[in-house]
Write a protein that binds this ligand. Structure first.
Ligand SMILES: Nc1ncnc2c1ncn2[C@@H]1O[C@H](COP(=O)(O)OP(=O)(O)OP(=O)(O)O)[C@@H](O)[C@H]1O
Length: 256
């Protein structure tokens, strides 16, 4: 695949004696919407955290947008990346977290404008205009002055999505974005993510337990198990006619 915007090349990740990613090969094309499903502890979130530069790697190379993420090419050698390289690469990605991770002492507006002003050097007015557009996009145009604790979980997560988008990333990562929500609030968040998937050419990588949603929005679904992709395919292939016994067992357990 030549137009991969994300490429894991034999990536190894260990926590002590535990090998979480075991020479993982994985690619996502520009504009593709990919869901990662799989049992708890299989390394799904670790893939996102490595991309966000929140976790380092122990082997292999991760490429983002044609450049190594955790390495720098200097004088023909692949050397560990400098902080400046990591910062530049990180700006290509945004992440929506399970627990929203909003700044509790800042208003919704400030939560969204903080990074564009501080990191991108955007003027305050411009950052606010951008935030207003994004709040409109996630259906929260009238909530800009509230603090996170004054919002429902679903609203907070929609602010989380607006905040990630405010940095204009080309890749958006979602780490189980609805798993901390009460069931009645899941729909409003999935609707926003679904709309983004439909209307934007963003590359989206989503870790989720919401199988129906993964089926609806994904171009491709990857089944992770023990640090490897055991099976991948279109949603129809994977959900209707999985070829691996392990995938069938997982889907049966989660869908029953
Ligand atoms: N910082 C850490 N230190 C030690 N072990 C960790 C750390 N982060 C993750 N792990 C372990 O690595 C394994 C993979 O974790 P990861 O969060 O990627 O799994 P997951 O597939 O996303 O699981 P879940 O669906 O439960 O979120 C787990 O066994 C986890 O306990």
């Amino acid at each position: 695949m030549t137009d991969a915007i994300i490429r894991f090349d034999k990536v190894v990740k260990r926590f002590g004696d535990l090998t979480v990613l075991d020479e993982l090969d994985f690619e996502v094309k520009k504009g593709e919407k990919v869901s990662i499903i799989g049992p708890s502890g299989s390394g799904k979130s670790t893939v996102l955290r490595i991309l966000m530069t929140l976790e380092g790697i122990d082997g292999g190379v991760v490429h983002v947008d044609g450049e190594p993420l955790w390495h720098e090419l200097r004088e023909g050698s692949l050397l560990p990346a400098s902080e400046a390289h990591l910062r530049r690469m990180r700006s290509k990605l945004g992440m929506v977290f399970q627990q929203f991770n909003l700044f509790p002492h800042m208003t919704v507006m400030r939560n969204i404008t903080e990074a564009p002003v501080k990191v991108l050097g955007l003027g305050k007015k411009e950052a606010q205009l951008r935030a207003e557009e994004l709040l409109d996009l996630v259906g929260l145009a009238d909530q800009a002055k509230k603090f996170p604790h004054q919002l429902s979980g679903g609203q907070q997560q929609r602010v989380g999505i607006a905040r990630a988008l405010a940095m204009r990333p080309s890749i958006l990562l979602f780490d189980e974005p609805t798993s901390a929500l009460d069931p009645e609030l899941v729909g409003e968040v999935l609707t926003v993510i679904g709309r983004l998937a439909e209307e934007h050419d963003l590359t989206m990588l989503l870790v989720t337990h919401e199988m129906r949603f993964a089926r609806e929005i994904s171009d491709r679904v990857c089944f992770f198990d023990r640090g490897q992709i055991r099976e991948e395919g279109t949603p129809d292939e994977l959900f209707t006619d999985p070829s691996e016994e392990r995938t069938r067992e997982f889907l049966k357990a989660i869908l029953d």
